[in-house]
Ligand binder design. Structure first.
Ligand code: 3PY
Ligand code: MG
Length: 270
């Protein structure tokens, strides 16, 4: 099977650590990918980041894939949401991200099991789903031939749904039990504000924390992986001890401005 870094890490006992890529540009993505040997995955953020699905994702995935012999796996967060009753373009966006060579997709604000099933269908080839097969480029980005790609994509591609709304919390058990979903991803910012709570600053409000722990428990009970979004290494180390399987550690833009800011402050004697 065509494997990749995240799948290998998930087979070990250590949590798979990731980072967020919001800034466009192939060299930028490659620089992030090469920043740490601890990185198992990167989110290419087309929802709130500035990377376009076309052509931004193709360049970004290629830059990451070529960054080392065992590069972090590219997971594309598409702009369309999984809010119930909306037709937000999920289908073509998932197709485009996967045809660009991504190792997985993540959909924001998934609210129901029906939406989760729709996401699985768009991300998996028949007979599991309804993804079309046709890109002449995708197998080459993975370094396999077309037949190998077709036969390993369904098992190899990660499908993540974000739980970060009241609707998502109400339907949590049903969403967690949808076959073909690999992981539930907690977005603590949207989860907090959708419940009338202040956003994390940087740690979540105690009431939001209860929701976070409930998502982790329900996800694990359903036999799925749970992913937590953090914004610094200390938070991430704490979440690793709590048993999260995958943890986002940092956002590229914040790392850049914090690094420049703190060096300049030191130089200025502060
Ligand atoms: C959230 O916290 O809302 C997220 O989506 C994480 O980026
Ligand atoms: Mg969010």
């Amino acid at each position: 099977m065509a494997t990749h870094r995240l799948l290998t890490t998930l087979k070990s006992s250590a949590p798979a650590l990731g980072a967020w890529v919001t800034l466009p540009g192939a060299i930028h993505a490659r620089t992030v990918a090469q920043a740490s040997s601890h990185l198992s995955w990167l989110i290419i953020d087309c929802e709130h980041g500035l990377i376009s699905l076309n052509p931004g994702v193709v360049e970004t995935v290629q830059a990451i894939e070529g960054s080392s012999s065992s590069p972090p796996s590219s997971i594309v967060r598409i702009p369309a949401t999984g809010i119930s009753g909306t037709d937000t373009g999920l289908g073509w966006q998932i197709k485009y991200a996967l045809d660009a060579g991504a190792r997985g997709v993540m959909v924001p604000m998934v609210g129901s099991a029906e939406k989760a099933r729709e996401i699985v269908a768009e991300a998996r080839f028949p007979p599991v789903g309804r993804r079309g097969f046709g890109s002449p480029f995708t197998p080459g980005i993975w370094g396999v031939n077309a037949s190998e790609y077709l036969h390993s994509a369904n098992d190899s591609i990660q499908v993540w749904v974000q739980i970060e709304s009241k609707e998502g919390m109400q339907n949590l058990e049903e969403i967690a039990s949808v076959e073909g979903i690999d992981a539930l991803f907690i977005g603590p910012y949207d989860l907090s504000i959708s419940h009338g709570l202040p956003p994390p600053s940087p740690d979540p409000h105690p009431e939001a924390e209860k929701l976070i722990q409930r998502i982790r428990e329900v996800t694990h009970k359903a036999g799925k992986k749970c992913v937590m979004f953090c914004t610094n290494g200390e938070q991430a180390a704490k979440r690793a001890k709590e048993g999260f399987d995958m943890i986002n550690v940092i956002i590229d833009a914040n790392a850049l401005s914090n690094g420049i800011g703190s060096s300049l402050a030191t130089a200025a004697g502060q």
